[in-house]
Design a binder for this molecule. Structure first.
Ligand code: CU
Length: 483
């Protein structure tokens, strides 16, 4: 599949078969850009002894924070200074298919050593981000394994502003390598595995002809805002301040956690969307591409390590120092008490979600090491084909759809729907309402339901945001019925 995708890119690039969009087909009217992005090779100094070379936006990691105003059109010039076609995806926004930045939806590639001007009206307000949307397959120098990610904040027309300061944190690993390590069972989510799904997963494994485990990706280097713990400027705070942390997991494949000893996080927004019920938690958990905005009241003076609860990852860089004014000494870490992540904590109380017009079921199965040693992923028995590029679901404008996911694998999958927000309606066996997201973690052998309203016509991509999973089958294309 990786080979196929790469040959497709090559073919598409050489033969001029790139999907054409309205604005690309018309003679371009060059406007003065509000923002300019340069995609190119560069260095990230994670620490003096760890300087990595990768593809970056504007020569930096993370890419520059782009501040947009809700509803106010922006023009962005994108220059691709690399030898390969690129795509910039505007994650979490309600954009037309041709500017969303996914080739599967018909967005054109930014040609190698070429440029593209895009123009769109940013919405909805809140914490979004931008990242590359090209497939990587077996190439760890492509896709989200690179440093092509940056935060976006779309300022709402009215800002509640119940905080003293905002701090953006982008969590990201570097130095990816493959291993046959197999899957690490992750149990950070509430909910119990479903026996029928377990049996389905076991059956898939037993009928697999490959007995070795499929490849997984691991990392050597971990960072927050492109610097390893101990090598960055601390987040400097004052006692009594309310600091709003906007946390983005820009990992290609990993689920991340974040804790600040002696403090709690009040989660106020998920994926940039205010939650109905802000609630306190000791640890934040974020699947790939998820965002959490959380308020921390600074009331425990000292010098602290804010970092991942996984000791190994934190010791290899996944953390940042939080230092109170006039406090000195070695940063302190202490392990938070065990807790599991439960989205429903932040949902409306005593409110049930509206009934959908239709339910679309998706059963997810792993075919062990089926593709040259890589696991292949299927939705309802089908792995996504870049060649066919066929929409598998047709939706009607104005209708409310329920997506019901059944995970017959032990992996946690960060599921992402493009160009729409969805409402979480069932998680860990419990109904919920009021939580709007664009990525949500589906637990191993668990079920999950989300609803979305078909209100943004055009081809729409659904996929697992784990780069290895999406590259090896875990995608589906939705399209709108013509009438
Ligand atoms: Cu996945």
């Amino acid at each position: 599949m990786s080979l196929n995708r790469r040959s497709f890119l090559k073919l598409a690039g050489v033969a001029g078969l790139l999907p054409q969009s309205g604005w690309a087909a018309d003679p371009p009217i060059r406007a003065k850009p509000d923002f300019t992005l340069h995609i190119g090779a560069g260095l990230v100094e994670l620490a003096p002894e760890h300087i990595v070379s990768t593809t970056l936006y504007n020569g930096q990691f993370p890419g520059p924070l782009l501040r947009f105003k809700e509803g106010q059109r922006v023009v962005v010039d994108i220059f691709n200074d690399t030898d390969t076609p690129e795509l910039v995806h505007w994650h979490g926004q309600w954009l037309p298919s041709d500017v969303d930045g996914a080739s599967e939806e018909g967005s054109p590639f930014v040609p190698p050593h070429g440029m593209q001007q895009v123009s769109f009206v940013p919405r909805p307000s809140g914490f979004r981000f931008y990242h590359t949307h090209v497939g990587a397959g077996g190439d760890l120098n492509r896709g989200t394994y690179t440093g092509q990610a940056g935060p976006i904040y779309i300022e709402p027309k009215q800002d509640p502003g119940a905080y003293d300061r905002e701090v953006f944190l982008v969590l990201k690993e570097f130095g990816p390598t493959f291993s046959r390590g197999g899957d690490m069972a992750m149990d950070m989510l509430v909910g119990a595995p479903d026996e029928a799904l377990k049996r389905m997963g076991t059956l898939a494994d037993e009928t697999s002809t490959r007995k070795t485990k499929g490849f997984e990706v691991g990392y050597d280097l971990f960072s927050i805002n492109g610097q390893m713990l101990g090598h960055s400027e601390p987040v400097r705070v004052k006692q009594g301040e309310r600091v709003l942390f906007h946390v983005l997991n820009a990992s290609a494949t990993e689920i991340r956690s974040l804790a600040l000893p002696g403090h709690t996080f009040k989660v106020v927004a998920l994926d940039g969307n205010p939650v109905p019920n802000p609630a306190d938690v000791p640890v934040l958990w974020l699947g790939t591409a998820e965002r959490v905005s959380a308020l921390v009241e600074m009331k425990n003076p000292g010098v602290w390590v804010m970092g991942d609860v996984a000791d190994d990852d934190r010791q290899h860089g996944m953390g940042i120092v939080v230092a109170y004014a006039n406090k000195a000494g070695a940063p302190r870490w202490s392990h938070p008490k065990a807790s599991r992540w439960d989205y429903t904590l932040f949902g409306s109380r005593g409110v049930l979600p509206s009934a959908p017009h239709e339910t679309i079921e998706m059963t997810i199965v792993k075919r062990n090491a089926a593709l040259n040693g890589f696991n292949q992923w299927t939705i309802n028995g089908q792995a996504f084909s870049m060649e066919a590029m066929q929409p598998v679901f047709k939706v009607h404008q104005g209708r409310r759809y329920r997506l019901k996911f059944l995970n017959a694998s032990d992996d946690v999958h960060p599921l992402h729907l493009h160009r729409h927000s969805f409402e979480l309606t069932r998680f860990a066996g419990r109904p919920t309402a009021g939580i709007l997201k664009d990525v949500v973690m589906l637990g191993g052998f668990q079920e999950l339901e989300v609803d979305f309203v078909a209100d943004n016509p055009g081809p729409t991509l659904f996929h697992c945001h784990q780069q290895l999973h999406m590259d090896f089958g875990f995608m589906a294309l939705l399209d709108y019925a013509s009438s």
